[in-house]
Write a protein that binds this ligand. Structure first.
Ligand code: A3P
Length: 296
């Protein structure tokens, strides 16, 4: 396909200090002006923290565990990505949202301070999913290798430095997890951890259910846990991003559903890199106490 072969890795342009893909930065005013409906739900994450997993759980909860209903379309169509803008003819997140009736489940990777203020003015519910920095970094590294719209990750050692310095697309992981953490009570944000979801998915599915004021049977909760296992989502064409053409997401380099584990960072960081990262982490995170776990 000619159009897709013109896909190139997009440069990043800062928006209020946060590096974003040029297409997003150039469309910033309309993203910032987005007015959600009070019934809309926001799912916010730093990239690769468990967004797709959470989107699938939420969609299944909203459809009482109906697997077929949740195969009506691929994830980004069922649950649009607020700020994404791609070259035409691919519809932007805002284009998709405009054609959908609320209540909508909206994905964003924007840090708290860049979320359109309409979400808070309308008191929309929002779920934030955080993942420990080291696993998040490793997952993002593989994603940047395969996603041909993101900047080249370069060698892993250098990538660690870019991560620590907040130079990756969507900016600093440290600022991101802190931004939502500090606002979670005031804004009624459900703050979840990827590691908790891995440890006890049933408990976390039930937390999401209660937050959304839904009540599904115990049997349906079990079904949702099963349908959203890593293995099942990896095999589900409506959840595994096989919808994105291979010149854009080259899943032969690394599959979107790559590993789905806690602690994979141990296979990638050398002892020296880990030490350096931990020392910097202490400094960057000294003002908050967010209970991250790098192993479970
Ligand atoms: P890995 O690269 O570590 O495998 P996002 O959806 O935010 O882009 O996050 C993608 C990460 O979540 C990938 O991590 C992916 O494998 C993992 N993931 C997706 N679905 C999952 C599931 N059902 N269970 C566990 N991990 C999942």
């Amino acid at each position: 396909h000619k159009a897709s072969s013109s896909i190139t890795r997009f440069p990043l342009i800062p928006v209020r200090g946060v590096p974003l893909m040029n297409y997003i930065a150039n469309n910033w005013d309309s993203i910032w002006a987005f007015r959600p409906d009070p019934s809309d739900l926001l799912i916010a994450t730093y990239p690769k923290a468990g967004t797709t997993w959470t989107q699938e759980i939420v969609d299944l909860l909203l459809h009482n565990g109906d697997a077929e209903a949740c195969k009506r379309a691929p994830t980004p169509v069922r649950s649009p990505f607020l700020e994404i803008v791609s070259p035409p003819p691919i519809p932007s997140g805002l284009d998709l949202l405009e054609k959908m009736d609320p209540p909508r489940v909206i994905k964003t990777h924007l840090p708290f301070q860049l979320v359109p203020p309409g979400f808070w003015e309308n008191k929309c519910k929002s779920i934030y999913v955080a993942r420990n920095a080291k696993d998040n970094l490793v997952s993002y590294y593989y994603f940047d290798l395969m996603n041909q719209t993101q900047p080249e990750p370069g060698p892993f050692g250098g990538y660690i430095h870019k991560f620590m310095q907040g130079e990756l697309s969507w900016g600093s992981w440290y600022d991101h997890v802190k931004g939502y953490w500090l606002e979670r009570e005031k804004r009624n944000i459900l703050y979840l951890f990827y590691e908790d979801m891995k440890e006890n998915p049933r408990r976390e599915v039930e937390r999401i259910m209660k937050y959304l004021d839904l009540s599904v049977s115990d049997e349906v909760v079990s079904q949702i846990v099963e349908l959203t296992s890593f293995k099942n989502m990896k095999e589900n064409p409506m959840a595994n991003y096989s919808c994105v053409p291979s010149p854009v997401f080259d899943q032969s380099i690394s599959p979107f559903m790559r590993k789905g584990e806690v602690g994979d960072w141990k296979n990638h960081f050398t002892a020296e890199q880990s030490k350096l990262f931990d020392e910097d982490y202490e400094k960057q995170m000294k003002d908050v106490d967010i209970p991250f776990r790098t192993l479970i």
